[in-house]
Design a binder for this molecule. Sequence first.
Ligand SMILES: [Zn+2]
Length: 278
Amino acid sequence: MASNTIRVGNVEIVSLSDGLLEFDLCNFFPSISQEQWQPYESHLTEEHHVRFNLASFLIRSDGKNILVDTGLGPKPTYAPEVPWGQLMHDFAANGVRPEEIDMVVMTHLHRDHVGWNLMMQGEKYVPTFPNARYWMSAIDWEACHQPAVRDRFPNAPTCVWPLAELGLIEFMHGEHAITSTLTAVPTPGHTPGHVSILITSQGERALVLGDAAHNPAQLEQTDWVSRADMDPEVTRQTRRHLVERLEREQIVVAAGHFPAPGFGKVVRLQGRRSWQVL
Ligand SMILES: [Zn+2]
């Protein structure tokens, strides 16, 4: 497997994982037929399922440790066999301690990006990363409280809302400078406040994609939306513009749901846009 660490100027990005999720195609991409998938079979499992890595990216920059997204969270006691819930093991395997995290940044508030934010200690919620503050889009914060779409954010009441009572939230509004090297760039559609994280250092750039794409096939088929994309048309527009930019400017991409470690570039091979693993 490719290295789980890359450098972008003075910044180091480490790809960590909470494990995997797997779905039937007809379940996750209900509007895309089996035939349409044929040219992209290499991006499916042998059983023709879509399999998603659950990456968290640890960004070491300016003496700070910044964690982007926090996976699905601890394994449920009723289902200890699930193939996720691994993030703390991966922290240990990479010699990282939760106390070292200074900032947690969420690309959006869906359940597989906020799962390890908090732990229960007795009756109380405590931050899993005790020295961190938590950055999230103000628009997604609003959305996860709206009755009409609240079911799209099923673990927000336990993994996001208590952060407010703990006084740990930093809201991001529009294009938002998080640090001197990290900028949140609005990439809405998947959720209304979805952001990707642009890293710029010494003239080099990388983008933590978030869920602006779930599978490498969508780099060419930018119109393929999944059931998880809350606004299909905005998702398509965002993805089209973003992927064009990533190809044109040859920005390194950290794609959290692509096969681990998820580092690559958008390139054109024989006229077709495709994913080139770093
Ligand atoms: Zn996701």
